[in-house]
Design a binder for this molecule. Structure first.
Ligand SMILES: [Zn+2]
Length: 266
């Protein structure tokens, strides 16, 4: 990266961290739960807020933005990420890993134990899917990419040591939330298709008695296209997926913008 680019970025980050600006009031959900967030910070990250405050809208005059349709828990996650750069989620990742580590192969033959862990993992994935959808709405590319990285970390981490190659993957509800709340070109859709192309068996497609396990038609189309294109090998061994998630293939930032993840690492 050229020094000029780095300087430019530093400047925009400094502007974002200008805490001399007044906080905005954001009223989230039907409960109108109030969050107070510095204007420079949220407008520097979210195009939605930038536009709302730049226009002569009632919101920008009153310095209060209502988000009645959004989830308080997910907005809480977003606001914490804005200030800390870390994704926190309600279900405790460490406790899940511990539960997985405690079990040996024998126990995983007991379906109830496996179901219990699967439920916990699904709850995390559902929360992360809702977060991606919020990122789409708020037009916050960095947030979306941070969530995508958290999702791929979960896929890497939630495995069974006794069953090489097994991953707890995002389930049906995740697919439905993503397909209802993102655009056709969303890279997260590509990630889902790649997982299915690599990991799914015929039984994943069997019509289920529960409506919650139905899949969106667009997803069937993407999956067929993915199968025709051929497999990108994701899980041949653990390093294949790890290597692929080190690239920007599932990020939304595009070729021109810098990658916030890579920035942190260098
Ligand atoms: Zn990237």
């Amino acid at each position: 990266m050229s020094p000029k680019k780095a300087q430019h970025r530093q400047k925009s980050e400094e502007q974002q961290l200008d805490f001399r600006t007044r906080p905005l009031e954001i009223l989230v959900g039907a409960s109108r739960t109030a969050f107070y967030i510095h204007e420079s910070l949220i407008c520097g990250s979210s195009e939605f807020f930038k536009n709302a405050m730049n226009r002569d809208w009632k919101e920008s005059q009153e310095r209060s933005v209502p988000l009645p349709d959004d989830d308080v828990e997910i907005f809480d996650l977003y606001s914490k990420w804005l200030y800390t750069g870390t994704i926190t989620y309600v279900a405790d990742e460490a406790s899940i890993k511990e539960a997985i580590a405690e079990q040996d192969l024998k126990d995983f033959k007991s379906p109830s134990k496996l179901d219990e862990i699967e439920d916990k993992v699904s709850a995390i994935y559902v929360q992360l899917a809702k977060a991606i959808v919020m990122g789409e709405k708020l037009q916050d590319v960095k947030f979306k990419d941070a969530i995508t990285d958290t999702i791929t970390d979960c896929i890497s981490n939630f495995t069974l040591p006794s069953m090489p190659g097994f991953h707890f993957n995002p389930g049906y509800e995740f697919v439905n939330i993503i397909y209802a709340g993102t655009m056709e070109s969303a890279p997260i859709r590509r990630l889902l298709v790649e997982i299915w192309v690599n990991q799914a068996s015929k039984t994943w497609l069997l019509p289920s008695s529960t409506a919650s396990e139905k899949l969106p038609n667009d997803f069937y189309y993407d999956l067929s296209a993915g199968l025709l294109e051929g497999r990108v090998v994701l899980f041949k061994d653990e390093t294949a997926f790890r290597k692929r998630k080190q690239t920007c293939c599932w990020h939304s930032h595009g070729a021109e913008a810098p990658c916030s993840k890579r920035q942190k690492e260098t």
